[in-house]
Structure formats: C-alpha cells, structure tokens
Design a protein. Structure first.
Lengths: 728, 154
C-alpha cells in the first residue's frame, strides 16, 4: 500500500538559504528543515492549521524574473502558508520581530500572568515565547478582564478562562482527533471562551490530551493541580500497563512518587496521544495507600510480617504434593508470565494456570489459529491509517482499544477511509461511520454470516441461507444497509477489527471466527485483539492451561472458571494469585468469593491489599510494572521494554523474581539475575521471540511478524456456521 | 648582651609592646559576646523567615520558585489549594510543607530574590548552632513569622 509517493518539490528561500521542499508544505514545517523555529501557539503538526494566533508571522516575497525579490506588503502567517515555487521567506527581520512583540503584547493584555501559581509555569509556551520574542514591560495599565478561575470542566480537566489565549487547539482536538466534539467556542471577539455545549461535563475518553496541547495553563489537570512544578519533577520514559495498546508515556515523579503521566511520541503506536485511562489511571495504582511492604503469613486471625525466606518456605510447604492452581492478572510483564508458568509446570507440577477473566474461555482447540489456521493479529495500529476501509465489529473500540480507535478515526478524517461499524449498542465510532450496522444483541454471528454471504464467494455455499433479507430478519440490520456495507468493503483490502470481548456474546466465537475467515477470503486483514494490558504477552509466554510457551500443546489443565469452580468445591488445596483479585476481576463475584473461602491455602502475590487478602494464608509484596524492568506485548503484538522508573515500596519484588526464588528453593529454576536473563530464556523457548534480546529492543518496540506460509482452512468454522444457520 | 642580641630580639619585643601601649588609648573593637552584641550591617543575610501580610495571611503561595533558584537545592515546597473555610494565603495556592535544610544553605539569598511575594527573607538571626543534624531541617512552623497581635480597636 505504501507505494513510493512521488512528491513534487519546489525551490524556496528561507533567510537567504535555498532549499527544496515538497510543494504545499507549510512554511512553519519547512523552516524546521533548516533547524530554525517559528514561534507558534495555535498550530499543531497533527491538526489542520487555522491561523488564529498570528504568532507565526513571517515576511514573504517572491523572486521576480529579474532576480529581485518583491515582498508582500504585510507579514504572513507561516502556519497557513503553503510553500510555492520561488517563495522567499524571512524569519529574522526587524519587521518580524516587531510583529511578534506586538502579537505577544496583545495576548498579554488580558493575561493574568499568575505564573507562580500556574501549573503550566516553567513549561509554558506563552512564557517561553514572551521571554524569547516578547516585550520586556507592559504598557497596559488598565484593569484586566476577570473571569472564572479553576472552573472544573470535568473530573479531570480544570479550565482557567483568564489564561486562555483562544488558540482553538482544544476545540480542534475534540473535533479532529478524538472526534467527540465536546468543546466549542462560546461567544465571539474578546469574550470568546472554550467550553462544552450548555456547560455540561467534558465527557471524553481522551480529554487528558487537551491539557498537554493547550499552549498556556488554561486547561490543567485536576489530578496534578498544585502537586509539583516542572523543575521539581524527574521524568522517565515508560509504558501504559492499563490499556492493551502499549501506549508510550512519560512517568513524571517527585521524591519517588508518581505525580503525572504525559504522552510520549511513538509514531507506530499512540503518536503522542493518551487515553484518559492511561493518563489518570496510574495514580491510584502507584499511590495506593494500601501498598504491601513486606511478606506476611497468617497466624490464626492475624498476619505476621516475616522474612522472604520464611514466606517462601510457607508457600512451598503449602504447595508440596497438593492440588495447586495459579491465576494471574493481566498487568504482568512477559518475564513474569514466563517465570510463573515455568514454576507452575515444574515445581508445582500443575497445568492449572490462566490469566483470562472473561466469561468465555476458549480451549486451545477452539481458538482461531487451531480452527482456521489464521493468525489473530494481522495489522498494526499504524497500518490502520492507510486502510481504505475498516470494519469495526462487535466492540466499543474507543473503550477497548483507544489507540486503534484514534487511528481508525484518523484514517477516516485524513484519508477518507470508509468505516463500517457493527455493534449491538451505540459507540463513539458510529459518529464517523460510513454505515452503521446495529444488530440485535446476540446476533453477531448471523450478521457475520450475512457479510460472508456478500463478501466471500468461497463461503457463499455455507452461508447460502444468510441472504441480506434473512439477515435482516435475524439481526434487525436492514438488508440495504448490509449491502451498502459490503460495497464499502469489497475489494479494498479492508481491515476488520474486533476484540476477544466478542466471545462473551451469544455465538460470539462463531461470529469472531466467521469474521476472520470472511475477511481473509475477501482479501482483508483481520485483527482480533485482546482487551487487557499484557494479556497478549502472557498467552505467548504460555501462561495458559493448554498452551505452553510459543503455543506448543500441553496436557490441558483447568482454566480460570474451572479453577474457581474446583476451588469452591474444595478440590484445590492451594491457589496462588499473582496480581489479581478474582472478586474484583471475575464476572461471577459469588463464585469467586466462594472459591477463595473454600481453598485451604491462598497465596497472594500482589502490590496492594485487595478483598482477597481477607482469605489469604500468605501475602507476598509485588512490585508494579514501573517499579521493575520488563517487556510487554501489546494487543497489536508489539514488544516494548520498560525500565525501572520508581522504587518499589518496602521489600516488594518483581513477580519473575519471586517465581525464580521459589523455583530455586524447589530445585527447578535456573537463577536469573535480571529481566534480561529471563528474556534470554524466552528467546530460546518461544519461536516468535527467537533471537530477541532485552537490551536490543528498540525504543519504539518491535512488532512481531506472523509466521509465513499459514494455510487457511474453512472446515471447522463452516461446520459451526452450518449448525448455527441450519438450526433456524 | 651583645649588640646583635639587642637588635634582633629585645628591640622587636619592646616595639611590639609599644604598639600594645599605643592601642590601649584607642576605642575597643571587640565586644563581650554573648552579653554584648554588635549591630549588624543592613544587608546581612542569616536565618530565613517566612513573612505574613498585615492581615495575618501568609505571603508564601507555595510556588517553588525559591526551590528552583536555590543553588544548594535545599528548599522543599509542597503546595495545596486554599479553600474559603481554610485560607492560609490570598489566592488559590499555599504551601503545606516548606522546609529548608540549613546545613546545605549557603545564605546566598537567591531564594529571597526569586520570591514573587517577598515571603521568604533572610534576617539577622545568626545563632544557628545545634546538636542534631535533623534539627537543621527548618520546617514551615519554625520559619513562619508569628502572627502579629490583633490591633486594638480605638
Ligand atoms: S499560562 Fe503561562 S504565562 Fe500564563 S500564567 Fe500560566 S505560566 Fe504564566
Ligand atoms: S483553552 Fe488552551 S487550547 Fe483551548 S483555546 Fe484556550 S489556550 Fe487554546
Ligand atoms: S540562601 Fe541560597 S542556599 Fe540558602 S536557601 Fe536561599 S537560595 Fe538556597
Ligand atoms: S517562599 Fe516565595 S518563592 Fe518560595 S514558595 Fe513561597 S512564595 Fe514561592
Ligand atoms: S501558529 Fe500560525 S497563526 Fe497561530
């Protein structure tokens, strides 16, 4: 798709230096090629230019045939000026400097200049530009305008209207990037102010981004408010471990405490955006007041703090010769999953281990790969941008896969991609959908069959009865709408996106697999993404009851639901929970509670106290992802590394370290001294990670390729479809 | 006693006594500290004080500019938001924690220079000796000026 694009270039002159730039490139971008910078406020490279602030004024002229330069009488805004042949630009003349001073003087007339208490102070573009280009004193002696300060736009965003310079970045973000169009300008002229319509709450899944792109301290974070100044902060690159996207972020911390998360640019993943889950969710995790500091073992009703060695002895004693099972949360690193599955399968001699917390837990034999030979992830997030058509099926994409959602929207907004949204309830993606297929809950499989009937001739026989009219009767999606959707997708090498959340719908597995198959037959790319942080990595590490590292088949153990059922019946002696709380994570709370009540030994490896603590016999403190080294595999199968940022509280250890030390005591594990040693073991055991070395993972991560030469098989899915369709 | 001995030993000693004798007649430069104290130069910089407005509100707004300016990195400020029920300073923000590590302070006065509200000032109290290292961490309570007594209504 990425055919070499032939771009026409033009010759322009900037400050007497000649250069060639693509025709139509904005001058504000062209000057960067020379290492120069034009001061800006409203321009943002990822949004359309609007020319609202006039900060970027430059002098422009054109070369005349006789070699002289004819200047335009007035300065021009560099952010809205496309480069054209013979253009001559000056960024450093007397006139430009005078204009910049003037613009800044106007901007500051009504600016409160309360920099000392402004959360933007120290990293404020208005401060920086004023210092570099502005007047040193003010001639404005009159009383400044006064407006509400600290107006809460939402739970996360606080608006200080006095500081707003009306650049429109926030408004354009919600229109162009996040697409919720929550913000708009009210009133005009000097009284113009950004706000929500009717002053409702600013409800968006991406509201945190406007805090970062606001060039002044008008939009600030309610969570970070007054917690630090930029020069108090230390900052290190890290990853989000709350969403499955692998969003790149900066962790900003002060005196060892996390105070805020900012987006970090990774063009392949999140560009520079973050979802609100990412931006505001980590605080509660890392600054949880109930962090566990030292290992504890139960003594009667109470817990006693013990040394690690004693805790290990207690855990191993509880596991020896017992029926043991291990459940893990979805936030662990690849190394953690690998070390724990190795421990479970050797020292604990059990295959009862799982990290999935949905209702429907597919055995390996029922998974897409086993039934159709197709890989579940065929497209990266960045590839979505170039897709001509995208089918979003059975998922609320903005909630489940925020970064895939932003790219899907970008594909539509920038490149006019046609987006078909099929879901049983309303979702954000419908706002820009070419066709919306709102099916009745539980009829996803019928809809998929209807699409297959139209799009995949090879499946037409199997889906004979699923004509558009039949599909309409079954799903409530009008036949014409379905045909329209099929037309939008046909012949486009479209991307189909769904998530494992679809499994929990009636016949969801059939819907999922039919979708994969029809996409493949119609020449598209299928993406069936996991919905939790490092679930993808955990599965690939073999943290599954019936799959070993790299997907090799092993004797099947019990899955999450079966483990909990067995535990509830008292058929499990020892249950180890690593970074999870079934009462919180499992859909069936009653079963989870019953399971924890009835298991003889409950070993908890967790970072903070949870409800499960009440039933625990031993508690081992676990370091959170940013408190240790590790690699993570996002839902698009991108492996990224996060190095330790914060200090783990008390004696907390990384889960892989706990597994390894238990293994050493049981005589089953090799000693690992660092996450990179575990990675070496992974590289040996997991084919997709072969040759991977911890230190060599590039900063932007590596996306794992699917193996070549996969053969597609229709049989299993066609059978399932026929029994589904025939049964009607 | 040879001439050399007189010239090299006795004469300088006598000359020295001479200076002492002459000085006796002049005013004394030393004072009997601690009973007596000398007045200090107007711009002497010693112990810090966090000052208040006449209204009794704290001047400090917890902006951390002093901490940013401090070359010894010995100031720690933690800010919080004023509410109408609990108001410490005018405006939105005040310092909940304000600490100076006096062992590291070099009394350069940059903090005073940086402060936008004139809250932190270096005054003339120079007797800062103490026994424990911890006691050199001056907290906000130690630094804050006492409230002036309420003016008596006439
Ligand atoms: S927005 Fe910038 S210039 Fe305005 S008060 Fe805040 S720091 Fe100062
Ligand atoms: S709030 Fe910030 S981003 Fe929005 S218009 Fe005002 S200055 Fe621009
Ligand atoms: S006097 Fe100088 S060294 Fe001492 S606290 Fe102030 S800025 Fe820091
Ligand atoms: S003493 Fe002055 S500079 Fe330091 S935090 Fe308080 S107001 Fe800011
Ligand atoms: S940056 Fe060009 S007008 Fe604002």
């Amino acid at each position: 798709m990425a055919a070499a694009v032939q771009t026409e270039t033009v010759a322009i002159t900037i400050n007497d230096i000649e250069l060639h730039v693509p025709k139509g490139e904005l001058i504000v971008e062209s000057v960067k090629r020379l290492g120069l910078e034009i001061p800006i406020f409203c321009y943002h490279p990822r949004m359309k230019p609007v020319g609202m602030c006039r900060m970027c004024l430059v002098e422009v002229g054109f070369k005349q045939p006789d070699g002289s330069v004819r200047k335009m009488p007035k300065p021009q805004a560099g952010c809205t000026l496309p480069a054209s042949e013979g253009m001559v630009v000056y960024t450093d003349t007397e006139m430009v400097h005078r204009d910049r001073k003037g613009v800044l003087e106007f901007l500051l007339i009504n600016h409160p200049l309360d920099c000392p208490i402004c959360d933007r102070g120290g990293e404020c573009p208005l401060q920086n530009n004023t210092l570099a280009y502005g007047p040193s004193t003010s001639r404005f002696l009159e009383v400044k305008r006064h407006l509400p300060k600290a107006y809460p736009l939402s739970e996360y965003v606080t608006l200080d209207l006095e500081r707003c310079i009306q650049c429109g970045r926030c408004v354009r973000f919600t229109e162009e990037i996040s697409g919720d169009s929550q913000l708009a300008f009210r009133f005009r002229g000097a009284s113009m102010q950004p706000s929500t319509f009717q002053l409702t709450d600013f409800e968006s899944r991406f509201s945190g981004n406007v805090i970062e792109i606001c060039p002044v301290g008008a939009l600030t974070s309610s969570k970070y408010r007054f917690r630090a100044r930029p020069w108090d902060l230390e900052t290190r690159p890290g990853l989000c471990t709350l969403t499955p996207c692998g969003t790149n972020v900066f962790y900003d911390y002060r005196s060892g405490r996390l105070v805020r998360i900012n987006g970090r640019t990774n063009e392949d993943v999140n560009e520079e955006w973050t979802s609100d889950t990412t931006k505001f969710g980590h605080d509660a995790l890392y600054n949880n007041p109930n962090r566990i500091q030292v290992p504890h073992v139960r003594e009667g009703e109470a817990f006693r703090a013990v040394e690690w060695s004693e805790a290990y002895a207690a855990v191993l004693g509880a596991c020896e010769g017992k029926r043991t099972a291990v459940l893990a949360g979805t936030m662990l690193s690849n190394e953690d999953y690998y070390a724990w599955q190795a421990l479970a399968r050797t020292a604990l001699a059990t295959n009862h281990l799982d990290l999935r917390w949905q209702k429907t837990l597919l055995p390996a034999s029922q998974m897409l790969k086993a039934r159709t030979g197709l890989p579940g992830v065929q497209y990266g997030i960045a590839d979505l941008e170039n897709a001509l058509a995208i089918l979003v099926f059975g998922t609320n994409l903005a909630a489940d896969q925020p970064m895939s959602y932003l790219r899907t929207r970008k594909a539509w907004f920038r490149n006019g991609a046609r987006v078909v949204v099929a879901h049983h309830e309303a979702s954000e993606a419908e706002s820009f959908a070419h066709v919306v297929l709102r099916y009745r809950p539980g009829t996803a499989a019928e809809l998929a069959a209807g699409l297959a009937n139209l799009l995949a001739p090879e499946l037409a026989d199997a889906t004979r009865i699923a004509t558009p009219e039949w599909t309409e009767a079954q799903t409530g999606v009008p036949a014409d709408r379905l045909r329209e959707a099929a037309e939008a997708l046909r012949g486009t090498e479209f991307a189909a996106i769904t998530t494992h959340g679809l499994f929990d719908e009636a016949n969801g597995v059939t819907a999922y697999q039919t979708l994969a198959l029809l996409t493949s037959h119609a020449g598209g790319k299928f993406n069936g993404l996991v919905n939790h942080a490092n679930e993808q990595g955990g599965r690939e590490m073999g943290f599954a009851p019936d799959l070993g590292p790299g997907g090799e088949a092993v004797t099947a153990g019990m899955n999450t639901a079966e483990i909990l059922q067995a535990a509830a019946k008292g058929e499990i002696d020892t249950l180890i929970l690593v970074g999870c709380d079934p009462i919180r994570d499992f859909p069936d709370t009653a079963l989870a509670t019953q399971a924890l009540e009835n298991v003889a030994n409950l070993v908890l490896v967790d970072s903070a106290q949870t409800e499960a603590c009440a039933y625990a016999s031993a508690i081992l403190p676990m370091a959170l992802p940013a408190e240790r080294d590790g690699t993570y595999t996002s839902s698009e199968r991108r492996v990224q590394r996060m190095e330790r940022i914060l200090k783990a509280p008390g004696e907390s250890k990384a889960p892989w370290q706990i597994a390894m030390e238990l293994g050493l005591r049981a005589g089953s594990s090799a000693p690992y001294f660092h996450a990179r040693d575990v990675m070496d073991a992974i590289a040996e055991q997991v084919p997709a990670y072969a040759g991977a070395r911890y230190q060599d993972i590039p900063e932007t991560g590596v996306r794992l390729a699917n193996p070549e030469g996969l053969t597609r098989s229709n049989d299993a899915v066609v059978q399932a479809l026929q029994s589904l369709l025939g049964g009607r | 006693m040879s001439f050399e001995v007189f010239r090299d030993v006795a004469k300088p000693i006598l000359a020295g006594f001479g200076i002492t004798a002459r000085r006796l007649a002049k005013p004394k430069a030393t004072v009997q500290y601690p009973e007596e104290r000398r007045e200090q130069f107007p711009r002497t910089r010693w112990r810090h004080v966090l000052t208040r407005y006449d209204s009794g509100l704290e001047r400090c707004i917890g902006c951390s500019l002093c901490a940013g300016a401090c070359p010894a990195r010995c100031i720690y400020v933690e800010a919080a938001e004023n509410t109408d029920q609990e108001r410490y300073s005018p405006g939105e923000r005040y310092a909940v924690r304000y600490e100076i590590n006096m062992l590291r302070c070099i009394f350069c006065g940059y903090c005073q220079e940086a402060c936008p509200t004139g809250a932190i000032v270096l005054r003339k109290d120079f007797e800062l000796a103490n026994y424990e290292r911890e006691d050199f961490i001056y907290t906000k309570e130690m630094l804050l000026e006492a409230r002036r007594p309420e003016p008596v209504a006439h």
